[in-house]
Design a protein around this ligand. Structure first.
Ligand code: 5GP
Length: 183
């Protein structure tokens, strides 16, 4: 689905498919260079990171492995609470591995702080984070994010894996929703 298919449901397109793809290619090149000679284990956080993982890793030129976790964040409203439940754990041990967490978006950073703490206790050789999008609040969190696709304004966005009520994950562009969609 492209932004042009649902024009009346969006107020603004923030990033086109092309802009997202160009940025991912640049980030992938940076990761390739930083992990030269190593085989990175990319851990995707379901469901939002599916698109980022698929497109980022296909731009990478080195061998890598993938694994997935599904977590659910408790809490009312649109902000997460940082209290997290693991719905699906990794399928393999990460001890001694060079791990890269692949995220769709970091808002408060609370979900990520939990994940980092959890994965660190499994003793990887290294643990870094890549996120496609970062909101302004994330800068207040202590979690150090090594790779960022785009810094977003404090608005709710959909597309490229990000949903509203389960929809819009398959939108190739990234945009803000028209008020009539959620009111
Ligand atoms: P955090 O713990 O960093 O506050 O929450 C991150 C999670 O909140 C993301 O994985 C995502 O599910 C959700 N989220 C935060 N901002 C947005 C947004 O602008 N759009 C969508 N679709 N989800 C968001």
């Amino acid at each position: 689905m492209h932004a042009s298919d649902i024009e009346n449901e969006l107020t603004e397109v923030l990033y086109t498919k092309q802009q997202v793809d160009d940025r991912l290619a640049a980030v992938a090149a940076q990761i390739d260079a930083d992990y030269a000679g190593k085989e990175v284990l990319c851990i995707g956080v379901l469901n939002g990171a599916v698109m980022v993982m698929a497109d980022l890793t296909r731009h990478m030129k080195s061998h890598l492995q993938m694994d997935w976790m599904a977590i659910s964040s408790y809490g009312a409203g649109t902000k997460s609470s940082g209290v997290v439940r693991i719905l699906k754990d990794l399928s393999a041990d990460i001890e001694g591995r060079d791990v890269l967490i692949v995220e769709d978006i970091i808002d408060t950073g609370l979900t990520l702080a939990y994940l980092v703490q959890n994965l660190r206790s499994r003793k990887p050789a290294s643990l870094e984070i890549m996120t496609m999008f970062r909101k302004p609040d994330a800068l207040k969190s202590d979690v150090d994010v090594r790779y960022v696709g785009f810094d977003l304004p404090d608005e709710f966005v959909v597309g490229f894996g990000l949903d509203y009520a389960g929809r819009y994950r398959n939108l190739t562009d990234v945009g803000t929703l028209a008020p009539h969609v959620y009111s």
